[in-house]
Write a protein that binds this ligand. Structure first.
Ligand SMILES: [Zn+2]
Length: 301
């Protein structure tokens, strides 16, 4: 990783330690925090980074195919949403709306894991979906949807929409990654990057215990300002930012403060429905104040 900030290029930084907590392995990694734009990045990428994505890593869990009935229901729900008859649907309806997605659009999901989001879009009626992830076990091919074991630099062709749902922060160099992402966009194409951000109140108050610091898997975590500067450098217009943090910023951070790990943690046994509801309420308040711990950045080329 570069010694100056990958986002604003400032060389003014402070150093901090992040600990591997998801698996509870306890190894420590140095991170830098930019004094200017407040973005975070790992000082040195571990040579054996693949070891931190074992086969039980959550994103690789196989997608369970929905029943015919459920698929029919999801298709219907999307048709009603499109007509404006229902306002609130599942989370991905928000991206569909903000990206103004059309069912024929060529859509790529980079770092898609097993492809949960793409399957949901396929059930809704989207017809041109491609997912890529270098770490998946098996590829998927079906009409309208393919998932290939490929990394960003191996991709060819262009898309109307490129999305990264919590994968950008895992890529080794944000500037190289953005250059490659821009190459994949059609003129006027849209890029959605959803990732943790350092604007979150939880990061500012709990620091190293923050659930989404996730050392050493998260290599770069920008601030809102850092992400906008980064996008502009690569010719992208930031059209919209939507904070979409969830209850996990609270229960996950609390878990790490108690020295627990995520892998053996049973949320339903340790967190009452009432606690979860109040965490979700708190997350919504923070999101409205741009103080949640993650956001979606909607860029246009
Ligand atoms: Zn910076």
């Amino acid at each position: 990783m570069p010694s100056s900030c990958p986002a604003c290029l400032s060389d003014q930084k402070t150093s901090l330690i992040g600990t591997e907590r998801m698996y509870g392995w306890g190894e420590q990694f140095e991170y830098f925090e930019c004094k200017d734009c407040k973005s975070l990045w790992i000082a040195e990428i571990p040579e054996d980074l693949g070891r931190y994505y074992p086969q039980d890593y959550y994103a690789f869990e196989e997608v369970r195919e929905d029943s015919v009935f459920k698929k029919f229901f999801k298709r219907l729900r999307y048709q009603l949403f499109k007509k404006g008859w229902i306002q609130k649907g599942p989370e991905y309806f928000d991206w569909i709306k903000n990206l103004e997605l059309q069912e024929e659009d060529r859509i790529a999901d980079i770092g898609c894991g097993a492809g949960v989001a793409l399957h949901q879009l396929a059930y809704s009626g989207f017809k041109n979906l491609q997912g890529f992830d270098p770490y998946i076990r098996q590829e998927t091919r079906r009409p309208g949807l393919s998932i290939s074991k490929k990394s960003l630099e191996q991709l060819e062709g262009t898309f109307d929409v490129v999305m990264l749902h919590h994968s950008f922060e895992h890529l080794p160099d944000p500037n190289i990654a953005l250059k490659q992402l821009v190459r994949l966009l059609n003129r006027g194409g849209k890029l959605l990057i959803r990732l943790p951000v350092t604007d979150g109140l939880v990061w500012q108050t709990e620091r190293e215990f923050w659930f989404q610091l996730d050392a050493p898997r998260h290599l770069f975590i920008p601030s809102l300002r850092g992400m906008e500067i980064l996008g502009n450098r690569h010719g992208l217009q930031l059209e919209k930012v939507v904070f979409d943090s969830t209850a996990s910023q609270f229960w996950g951070t609390e878990l790490y403060k108690r020295n627990g790990n995520f892998i053996t943690f049973d949320l339903s046994r340790n967190c009452s429905t009432q606690d979860l509801k109040s965490f979700e309420k708190k997350a919504k308040i923070l999101n409205d104040m741009n103080k949640g711990d993650q956001a979606g950045f909607y860029f246009k080329l």
